[in-house]
Design a protein around this ligand. Structure first.
Ligand code: SF4
Length: 237
């Protein structure tokens, strides 16, 4: 396991980072997990399915998927072709079906069909990495977790919170700037900001509520009118 960053972050960086999070919380009061789910099993499955596709598409197949397979036991016994047909609209249907079959079989064999509530157990499940595990912990178990997806990593670097590129190192560096209880919502705030304004190409700097605390201001258009056109609507990304 990668060691936790030993150096203590300087107080001005902590202050700046927390200010940014507060402003993002005000800007995106609806920030939350954009995947629909009713229980930890559903969240685990939809998070695995969301790789290489949009949350919107995953949300669209969710009702059919869980009507057919409401729990790990049912999914582990699924007919492969039927499951492939259900996840087909998400692309990579063979690989996704294989992932779901292996994942649900492991839940049944090792955890009595339940989703474990500890990082150490979650990351041992087939196809479940640290990012997925933290999504499940933070949103289904109320265990604080930092989700370093592509948006989170990019924003943490643009905001000058870390220079790390390895997701685990980013997780530790950013985690050191915030109290643990804020980790899950911080993840939602950064991801929402990344999806709506701070895009990887052409961030909407001129329409950014945290521009004054961002050392990367100017990475995208600073003209307010040009920037406003880049802002994605408040709906689901
Ligand atoms: S100022 Fe630009 S680069 Fe910085 S957070 Fe805002 S949109 Fe992103």
């Amino acid at each position: 396991m990668t060691p936790v960053t030993a150096t203590k972050p300087d107080t001005s960086l902590v202050r700046r980072a927390r200010k940014v999070d507060r402003v993002l919380a005000e800007t995106y009061p609806d920030a939350r997990c954009e995947l629909d789910f009713d229980d930890p099993f559903q969240l685990l499955v939809v998070t695995v399915l969301s790789a290489q596709t949009t949350d919107k598409r995953v949300n669209a197949v969710r009702p059919t998927l869980f009507a057919a397979y409401p729990d790990a036991k049912a999914m582990a016994a699924a007919d492969r072709a039927t499951l492939e047909g259900i996840v087909g609209p998400l692309g990579f249907f063979r690989a996704k079906t294989e992932s779901l079959l292996r994942l649900s079989a492991a839940l049944v064999e090792d955890h009595g069909g339940e989703v474990p509530g500890r990082l150490v157990d979650l990351v041992k499940l087939p196809g479940v990495g640290r990012k997925t595990a933290n999504v499940v912990l933070g949103n289904a178990f109320d265990v604080p977790g930092i989700t370093v997806d592509t948006h989170f990593g990019r924003l943490a670097r643009r905001l000058g919170w870390t220079e790390e590129t390895d997701p685990v190192k980013v997780e530790h560096a950013v985690g050191a700037l915030f109290p643990k209880r804020d980790w899950t919502m911080l993840s939602h705030h950064l991801i929402w900001h990344g999806r709506r304004r701070c895009h990887s190409q052409k961030p909407a700097c001129g329409a950014c509520p945290v521009a004054q605390w961002c050392p990367s201001f100017g990475a995208g258009p600073t003209d307010p009118e040009a920037a406003a056109k880049l802002v994605k609507t408040e709906g689901r990304a």
